[in-house]
Each structure stands twice: as structure tokens, then as C-alpha cells.
Design a protein around this ligand. Structure first.
Ligand code: NAD
Length: 360
């Protein structure tokens, strides 16, 4: 297969971690007989330095013409970097928001996996964490409260702030379809999270999810109220496969799920449109405090590349080969500094990339 991948190194540790992900992808290509063509483009701080803006039309165009986008992370030290003295519309993050919008990326996929080898980092009690967990939060990314009409008015001598939460049936349907499609290639369970006891938008959410569920008889589904879901995530995280939810609930729950894994350097993510196209990036930021030191954990980016193979190219065996290789490296006791513990062997960012590559 020919894989046409737009590649955004980004800022801070971005170039280091993307280099390791490319190393792993190249090994997969050799082993399984694929051809990868990388189109390197600039975005974020690197684009500000080169072009004066965080995202150019040329970058958007190249991403649109590619099959998928692989990204490191963007941004700098928000207190000291000159990028943050610019108008907010010209800062690194504005580039990412504009890119997501231009590519119509409405579905955010955030896996939260507790690897048995790293269960010591999990802040939950051992009796809860020992079973491990492997869930994916499917968050709607372009609608709801964050994109509704907002204003602050003066009423009866005091200020009143108004934010609007709206969802249309079609917005709910397309994310629900994505959720059921992804569950179908995982453990076939969807937990749809809402606040249907209070919110009209949640009642519509529930109705549309039920309609979509009819097309996926092999996937079981349940509804759960968001407050209960927040509790269940720390009480019994192993019960979840795909959590399907709207923008703000997903924002909060995905961070909670990440924290429960305890390992920021291990968390992949993807944002997809209604085709197979997606932008794949680690959940963490550009870690300017450790940039250039070759100590960053590249595994979140490597796992994001595995997600890309799975969801954009249907290369499930290849994705599994990457995940198995990471499992082996962890079994053998190799750790970057962020996941280091007593008795383990500390390795650099590039050594971790080499170890995973060697085990494919
Ligand atoms: P961060 O995730 O970059 O770093 C938080 C802490 O985790 C730091 O101590 C960092 O060293 C550590 N860390 C993060 N990733 C690591 C890895 N792979 N290996 C080892 N340690 C790792 O968050 P922050 O410091 O709040 O943000 C730094 C910059 O990143 C900011 O400019 C922020 O806006 C940007 N950011 C970008 C994205 C993105 O590109 N999607 C996401 C979040 C933050």
C-alpha cells in the first residue's frame, strides 16, 4: 500500500518524538511491503518563525492532499517564548485550531490504556488497577458549549454571562457513527455519556445514539450520566471500551482518564473527519523544559502512528505489531525518564525508538 502522510514535527520535543515514530513506521513499511511518502510541513511556532503565521494555506493544502497527518506537538514556554507576546490569533495553538477546522476534524479519539508494566504509576488502589484497562474516549470536537453563541450583558445592575449549548441531529449522528465504527474494531461496547436528566441537548443526543445503534447490532451500548461516568472512571475503569460523548464532557472526562493512567508520555490521540482521514498526535504538549535533551518519551507518538495505521489505513496487523513491540520493550524493563521506576533500565528518546523498531 502507498501511504501518503503529511508530517508536522512541531516545536519543543516535537522533532525528536516524530523522528522516532518515523523510524518505527519505516520498519513497518519494510517488513510488510508498504511505501511511505512523508510530506514535511510547518505548523505552530516553527511556522511563525519561518512564515510569520502559525499555519499557511500551503500547509493546509498539503495536509488535505495527504491520507493522514502525523504530528509531534506545538507551542513553547507560555511565560517566556516570544510566540506568546503575539496576538492570540497568531500564536502556535491558533494554527492547530485552524488546521482542525480546515480539515473538518470533528471526532477526537483519546485512548487511555493502563499497561500492566506501568501499573505502579496509576494513582488508583491496586485492587482497582490490577485488572488494567483499555478505553477510548470519543469526544465531539466542533460543537456544543465551546462553539455556541456567547455574550456578557448587563441586567438589573449586574453582569450576566451567557454561553449556549447546541447540537443538531446531524452533528450527533456523525460522531455517534464514528463511535460505533471504532467500537466495532475494538471490544464492541459503547457507553454514551450525557446529562439527559437535565439537558435538552443530551435528550436529543440519547435519541440519535439509539437510532445509530440499530445499525450496529453486534455492538452493545448503554447510556450513562456524566456525573456517574466521572465516578465510574476511578471506581471501575475496566468496564469501559468506547466512551462516546459531547465536547465539554469529553474534554473533562478524557483528562480524568489520562490522569488515571498516570503516564503522560504514553497517551496517543487522533482527530478524524467523516472519512478515514485523521490527524494523529500525542496527547501531551511540546514539553519545552526537556526539548533538545533526547530524554522525551516517544511512545505516545509511536502509539499515535499505530492508531493512524489502524484507523486511516485499516492496517490492523501492522498496528498490532507496533503495540506488541512496545509491550516487549516495557516487559524487558526499558523506561524513559518520565516512566522510570526502581530496578528498570533508563533509556533516551532515540534509544526507546530503536528498541521498539528492533522488536518489530
Ligand atoms: P506538556 O505536556 O508539554 O508538559 C507537561 C509536563 O510533562 C512537563 O514536565 C513535560 O516535560 C512532561 N512531558 C510531556 N510530554 C512528555 C514526554 N513525551 N516525555 C517526557 N515528559 C513529558 O504541557 P505544558 O508544559 O503545559 O505545555 C507546553 C507547551 O505545549 C505549551 O505551549 C502548550 O500550549 C503546548 N501544548 C500543545 C499541545 C498540542 O500540540 N496538541 C497539547 C498540550 C499542550
Amino acid at each position: 500500500m502507498n501511504l501518503n502522510i503529511a508530517c508536522i514535527n512541531g516545536d519543543g520535543i516535537g522533532p525528536e518524538i516524530v523522528t522516532e515514530a518515523k523510524k518505527v513506521l519505516n520498519k513497518i513499511a519494510t517488513k510488510y511491503g508498504h511505501e511511505i511518502n512523508y510530506n514535511d510541513v510547518l505548523m505552530g511556532g516553527a511556522s511563525i518563525d519561518a512564515n510569520g503565521v502559525p499555519l499557511t494555506d500551503e500547509t493546509i493544502d498539503i495536509c488535505k492532499k495527504s491520507d493522514a497527518v502525523l504530528m509531534g506537538s506545538i507551542g513553547g514556554n507560555t511565560a517566556t517564548s516570544p510566540w506568546y507576546k503575539l496576538d492570540p490569533s497568531l500564536r502556535p495553538e491558533a494554527g492547530l485550531l485552524k488546521l482542525r477546522k480546515s480539515l473538518n476534524l470533528f471526532a477526537n479519539l483519546r485512548p487511555a490504556v493502563l499497561y500492566p508494566q506501568l501499573s505502579g504509576a496509576c494513582p488508583l488502589k491496586e485492587e482497582i488497577s490490577e485488572a488494567g484497562f483499555d478505553m477510548l474516549i470519543m469526544r465531539e470536537l466542533t460543537g456544543g458549549l465551546y462553539f455556541g453563541e456567547r455574550k456578557t450583558i448587563e441586567e438589573n445592575g449586574e453582569k450576566k454571562a451567557i454561553d449556549t449549548l447546541t447540537y443538531t441531529e446531524s452533528e450527533i449522528r456523525r460522531i455517534a457513527i464514528k463511535g460505533f465504527e471504532i467500537a466495532n474494531v475494538r471490544r464492541k461496547k459503547v457507553t454514551s455519556v450525557d446529562k439527559a436528566n437535565v439537558l435538552d441537548s443530551s435528550r436529543l443526543w440519547r435519541k440519535v445514539v439509539e437510532e445509530v445503534a440499530k445499525d450496529y447490532p453486534e455492538v452493545t451500548y448503554e447510556h450513562m450520566l456524566v456525573d456517574n461516568c466521572a465516578m465510574q472512571l476511578v471506581k471501575d475503569p475496566a468496564q469501559f471500551d468506547v466512551i462516546l460523548t459531547e465536547n465539554m464532557f469529553g474534554d473533562i472526562l478524557s483528562d480524568e482518564a489520562s490522569m488515571v493512567t498516570g503516564s503522560i508520555g504514553m497517551l496517543a490521540s487522533a482527530s478524524m473527519n467523516d472519512s478515514k482521514f485523521g490527524l494523529y498526535e500525542p496527547s501531551h504538549g511540546s514539553a519545552p523544559d526537556i526539548a533538545g535533551l533526547n530524554v522525551a518519551n516517544p511512545l505516545a507518538t509511536i502509539l499515535s502512528a499505530a492508531m493512524m495505521l489502524k484507523y486511516s489505513f485499516d492496517l490492523h496487523e501492522e498496528a498490532q505489531a507496533i503495540e506488541n513491540a512496545i509491550g516487549k520493550v516495557l516487559d524487558e524493563g526499558y523506561r524513559t525518564v518520565d516512566i522510570m521506576s526502581d530496578g528498570m533500565k533508563k533509556v533516551s528518546c532515540s534509544e526507546m525508538g530503536d528498541l521498539v523498531t528492533d522488536r518489530i
